[in-house]
Structures are given as C-alpha cells and as structure tokens.
Design a protein around this ligand. Sequence first.
Ligand SMILES: Nc1nc2c(ncn2[C@@H]2O[C@H](COP(=O)(O)OP(=O)(O)OP(=O)(O)O)[C@@H](O)[C@H]2O)c(=O)[nH]1
Ligand SMILES: [Mg+2]
Length: 482
Amino acid sequence: MASLTNFGDEARIAFDTLAGRAAGLVSPSLRLGVTGLSRAGKTVFITALVHNLLHGGRLPLFQAQKSGRISRAYLEEQPDDAVPRFQYEDYVAALVKERLWPDSTRAISELRLTIEYESASAWGRMFSRGRLSLDIVDYPGEWLLDLPLLAKDFATFSREAVELATLPVRADLSVEWRALAAATDASSPADEMVARQLAESFSAYLRACKEDGRALSTLPPGRFLMPGDLEGSPALTFSPLPDLGGGRAKPGSLAAMMERRYEAYKTHVVKPFFREHITRLDRQIVLIDAMQALNAGSEAVADLERALAEILACFRAGRGFFLSDLISRRIDRILIAATKADHIHHESHDRLQAIVRRLTDRAVDRARLSGAGVEALAMAAVRATREGTVKQGGETLPVIIGTPLEGETIGGERFDGETETAIFPGDLPQNPEGVLNGAASPIRFVRFRPPRLERTAEGITLSLPHIRLDRALQFLIGDRLE
Ligand SMILES: Nc1nc2c(ncn2[C@@H]2O[C@H](COP(=O)(O)OP(=O)(O)OP(=O)(O)O)[C@@H](O)[C@H]2O)c(=O)[nH]1
Ligand SMILES: [Mg+2]
C-alpha cells in the first residue's frame, strides 16, 4: 500500500495539532466534522443545528438546553482566516422566508458557534469557564470520495475503476469511455488531446452514474464531479487506464503522464483537504441519505455501502494507522445518521436506523472505529412534513403531509410546489438485509419543500422543526457541556 503522507506532511500535521491544542487551552473548542456524500444534507444539518441553538429551539433530549443551563449561544469569528465563512444567514433566509433548500455546495466554508453554559455540577462551576466553541466545516460531498485515493497508486485506482465500470448497473453508462480507453495505447507518446478526451469521457460517465435514476455513490475522483476552481487544470485532466500491466510506465508515455497527474491530484488537491480539515476533527457525524439509494434500487444501496466502507476506513483511529500516532485530537465519537427521516412515518424510523446501521456495520468493524463511541440514528435536520391518517375503504392509513417540490411526480400526478398533499409513503422493509439483496420491493419517495414555520399564540415564530436533532446534539456535544 502506498504511504499516505511523507515525513514533511506528518511533521506539519503534528505541528498543527499541537498548535491547535495550545489554542484550545485558550478557548475550549470542539471541531465537529459534518461528513456525507453529495446531497446527504450537510448544509441543511449545519444550518438547522445553528438555528436551533441560536433561537432556543425545542430540544428536549439535549440536556444542557432542557435544564436551562445554556445562557447564551452566538456566532463568533472563525479560527481559520483563509477559509470562507459558512453563509448561515443566507441559508436561513432562503429556508425560512422562501422555503428553498440550499444549492449544492461548491467550496469549503467554516463557522464558529460559541455556547456559554453553566456547568451541571458545583465542582464544574468552580473550575470550568462555561464556554465551548463549536467549529463546523461545510464542503462539497463529492470531495469526500477522494480520501480513499490517498492509499491507492495509479495502477490500483485504474484497476478498480475498470472493474466498477463493467458492473451491470454501470456498463451501459461507461460504454463510450471504455471503448475510448480500449482503443488507446497507454505506451504511446503522451498527447494532451488524448488525455483531455479520456478525462472528459470519464467525467461524463461519472456524472451519469450520479443521476437520480442510478443514484450511485462510489464515483472517484470527486473533483471530476465538483471541480471548484481547478476546472481544466492538468491535475484534473487524467483518466484511469485499462491493461496497464505491471512495472513502471515508459518515460514520456501516455501512461506515465496520467500517473504523474493522478499523483499531482493526490498531492495538491486531496492531501491538503485531508490535512487541513479531516485530521483536525474531534467528533463526527456521518450523514447518509439512504432514501435516495432505496429509491433507485439494491445496486444503488450496495454502491452506497461500498463508498461508505472506503470513506470510513480513512477515519479509523487506533494503532497501525499511518497517521494515528500524530493525530492527538483523535475522533472519539461518531454518529451515523440516516437523514431525511421526515419522508417516512415515524413507525418506520427504527427500520431506517437499522438500514444505515447495516450499511455501515462492516465498515465500522473493519476500520476498528468501534473504539470511538459509534451510534446510529434516524433523523431529519429540517422536518418538512407532518403526520396524519387517511381513511380509505374502511382502513386507516398513516400518511405524511407536506408540499412536494415542483416537478415531483407520483403515479403520473405532477406537483406544482405550492399544494400541500397527503402521501402514503409505504413501509421500509423490516429486515435491512432485504434492501441489499434486492428482496425488498422498491420504494418511491417524493421530495418536499421546506416547511412553513409555525407561530405561537403570541405571534412568535418557532425555530426550524426537526426529528431527533436534539438526540444528535446530545451525543455529539452533550458531555462537553456537563
Ligand atoms: N425533507 C428533508 N429534506 C432534506 C433534509 N436535509 C436535506 N434535505 C434535502 O436534501 C437536499 C440536499 O441537502 P444539502 O444539505 O444541500 O446536502 P449537502 O450534503 O450539503 O450536499 P452537497 O453540498 O451537494 O454536498 C436538499 O436540497 C433537500 O432537498 C431534511 O432534513 N429533510
Ligand atoms: Mg452542501
């Protein structure tokens, strides 16, 4: 296995970690990693978390808030000057006033929320400063797909990409790229035009895999889907190649050029992201949109499991991991959260929880993450629906009521984005295994608009409604507010 970092990187990480710790002594801080593939709900989660803390939302399972020990929560200047600020105010305005979800995140951003609290114990009150700064980073989910590449050389990356591309669920989408790659002689002299054609064809194939119909997840390199400001740069103009054989690529050949660019991508794109953001995390929530994969079928679910396993392996702590000796701020709690639970009736929440637990079980075991406290939970950061019942032919059916997004359809009916509708969401399978082996029947969900906020009798607008956001908060930061 290729080594993840060289000595220089490791020394730098150690230094950063020490500096971070020293800074932590000045003002206790906790770096919360909000991890998730694209569209999993990271930006919505961060916005809802901050909104509920700033506005004293209904959080009965979040002890510090419930017992009235939080005296103040406010936004502060973030610690990293070179990282853009998370545009919290804009996201809230769009969600609450216009009832619009945020756009896909295109770049990294950060926010610091500080909580002033009174310690639960007299002892704690005497010594604790009663202040905790929560640093949260948001980034495009696609970039997460790159972390597993750090441990793979070009030959491994190429071999795996070719294997994936020939799977039945991908073969028709990758036809063009595979034909082009097969017709290319890797040992021929490097040619910029050939490199560009291959890279464009490979990106087009990855983009097609991501569309709703297939909803596949294992799609590295992530910047091929969300290039940020690197679009068109050599570090992004490469493609895996079939039949590389063993040994070194001939100098000056196409294979050598592709390999060099792949390594440049890792060095200049992936490593800085890993070093500056991932290695500094204290706690982590992994958001998983199982619903979208369930919608698309068992291949999509299996592909989601594969992506999660590879990604979670990058977070492993404990002996034997290349970086673990240097990461003293080791992640000690991980929450695996199935998002968007408001799409199903609460009777199915436990089933959704069981599904994401099943999807991550093997990964958690294999990556020996169990040393960290790992919990699974079904939640909705923003609850866009409410529950009700509908009588049909003498039967009472549980339904969810919300405003489907414009353009969503069920059984030929197309929604206009304004009309509230009751929908029978169907049941998730009782046995989570069924969603992987294809035994469970496919499930159809529609997407909803953000909710209209309720007002109290006194005319006060309540904070964003949620499902179990309080439980997530209690697990992620509750102990730090004791
Ligand atoms: N009903 C409901 N929908 C949600 C919730 N969270 C996210 N969504 C939906 O999921 C979409 C994606 O959410 P985002 O928060 O933008 O996802 P992200 O992980 O930031 O995605 P990228 O920025 O592309 O990586 C939203 O546009 C909503 O349609 C939720 O709590 N409830
Ligand atoms: Mg986002």
